[in-house]
Write a protein that binds this ligand. Sequence first.
Ligand SMILES: Nc1nc2c(ncn2[C@@H]2O[C@H](COP(=O)(O)OP(=O)(O)OP(=O)(O)O)[C@@H](O)[C@H]2O)c(=O)[nH]1
Length: 737
Amino acid sequence: MPSSGWLLALLAMLAGMALGSAVTTLQRRHRERQRRLQACAEMAAPCLLLHADGRILQANTAARRLLGAPLAHLDDLALPSEARSWLAEQGGGGETRRCELNRPAAAPLSLRLEKRLADLDGQDAGLSWLLLHDISQEDDDERGQQLWREALQDSRLALFEYRLAPRRVYGRVLAADNVLGLPPGWVDIGFDHWLERVHPDDRDALRTMLEHPERLATGSAYLEFRFRHGHGHWEWLEQRTQLRHEDGRISAIVGLCQSITSRKHAESELLRREQVFRTLVENADDVIARYDLNLCCQFINRSITRYLPLPRHEHLGKTLRQQGWPQGALDTLEPAFRAVLARHEARHLEVELDVFGKAATFSIHLIPELGAHGELVSILAIGREITELRLGSRLLADENAVMEMIANNQPLNDILTRLCRLVEAQRPQAVCSIMLLNEQKTELNLAAGPSLPASFSGFLHGLAIGPETGSCGSAVFSGERVVVSDIAHDPRWENYRYLALPHGLRSCWSTPIYSSSREMLGAFAIYYPTPRNPGKAELRLTDRCTHLASIALERDRHEKQLYFLATRDGLTGLLNRRSFMEVGEAEVLRSKRYGHDLSIMMMDLDHFKGINDQHGHATGDQVLQHFATLCGNTFRHADIVGRLGGEEFGVLLPFTTLAEAGILAERLRAEVDGSVVMACGVAVHYTVSIGISSVFPDDKDIDGPLSRADTLLYQAKTLGRNRIRYDGDPPSLPLAG
Ligand SMILES: Nc1nc2c(ncn2[C@@H]2O[C@H](COP(=O)(O)OP(=O)(O)OP(=O)(O)O)[C@@H](O)[C@H]2O)c(=O)[nH]1
């Protein structure tokens, strides 16, 4: 059958055609598959060609390098299950997925997996590309950024960008809320608003930076300014800036700001403390200086200019000697400094200095200053002038000495002289004097003036008291202190300046000396060689000395009164018996030592009992006083008259022969006989009998001549009274009128 043959042929032809086509398709797909394998191998990025069942058909070199070999199946990668199931899903071409590969023998790997379908001949062949992106580095960057953000947050740092063209400040100020109290997030503020928040004192610097960025240093520039914090207070910022360029021009300034408020507060506190310390040091009366180990001055405060002539700054870098310390001070200072250098121990010393012609005493402390390891780094010297302190101690000691002299009844002149010296020790240029009033209060006499020129002292006797009688005469006259600051021109010295000026006495302040009962006693004067007024300290010193002088004078007067009372007869004022005998003993010894004559009289009023009886005891007293007065008129100043008891009197007549004594005795006897005492309107007449003897070579004391005179007196009484009896021959000299 032809038709079945045709059909068979046709079928065979069709089968042949179909077979050919199938073979061709298979061949093409094989080629495509090979191309994909080839493409995978040639890819630079790590890439795997996967079969849907998880087999790895191809792993290129980059993939093997990244993942290691062998790579036959996805299981070899130890992908996280999530990534594994994602890969197993059909479709999803072009999708990516992150995953972490924790490899036991290698560092963990962060991958971004990118799956692409690799269909063959436009059909899904269960093949896919797996591109492996190593994002470990990106992660590191992200972690770094995170850390940086956290650090910024904690560090009080803020980063700003001052963009010049739009004149705006931008910033991703992570810590801005912290540092500046700005809202968190992005800052975007115009320059003007920004500057408004900057402290007015710092604004110009920041404005200059913004307007003239070209002036900023090419590297990092530094600026400090205060910025108003969101809470209202000022926040100190330190800003380091970098310029940013675009198209060859400065486009922005990047500023990294850090809060330095705490530091600034600490600095200002430190500054304040330093200021306080400096103020203290600068204004201290003490001299404060620091010396280095070569003993060169590193620092010295301004007090030094009071004592040494160099200007303060010229002391720096100079040794003690170069600073101009006098040799006397150097002799003490240099060894002391060297001792501190050697032993690192503090020392104290006292130094005498001549300060611009004035003696001054210094107390100096040398203090070693040690470094962190105990090594000596410098020496601190603190010097204090203690002249006044020392003078005060001396004044106290001198005053005590004067008081002691007063208590010990030292001679008044010695005490007053010591007082003058006391003041002169306190005030080296001063010359002092003490003038005392005479008993009649009519004139002044020099009592002490140890440093006055002798030729000037000679004039200071019998000085008048009045309104223009020099300083002392005027002070005593007015009862007030008189300050003559310039003798050359003061009218009160008109009549005396020719005496004072040639002796270099130019000013004179005189203070009256009063007794405790305000009786004027004299005046205390201080002279100076230059015209000047007294200072408070000098007035105080004068007052203290005047007071001491007053005590000494009163004490002296009191002593004299006591002595007078103890040695004198209260009724007549003549020596009493005890004193007469003491003086008599001394006179006898003196006459024998020097070989001069000494005559002795014993006198007794005649019938005195009768006068008492007839006229009364008071009249008897009057007669005794009258007789004492006549004795005073008759005998010389050097003769010593005493009332030995009742109406009995004695007279010592030094340098007087028996004959000369006789003349005086006769003159007295006649005077008595020729006078009367008027008592209650009645004239009372009386007479006196006298016995006279002389000291003979054999006499050892007063007893012999006194006894002989007494015997002669008795004889005169016996012979009829109103007469004189002599020891030996009556005087051959003619009796004077
Ligand atoms: N008024 C007065 N009488 C005194 C004082 N002292 C002694 N008499 C008196 O002096 C008198 C001395 O008398 P007599 O010793 O007897 O001596 P007379 O009377 O002077 O006789 P002749 O010495 O012998 O001349 C006594 O009456 C005493 O009381 C005195 O201080 N005042």
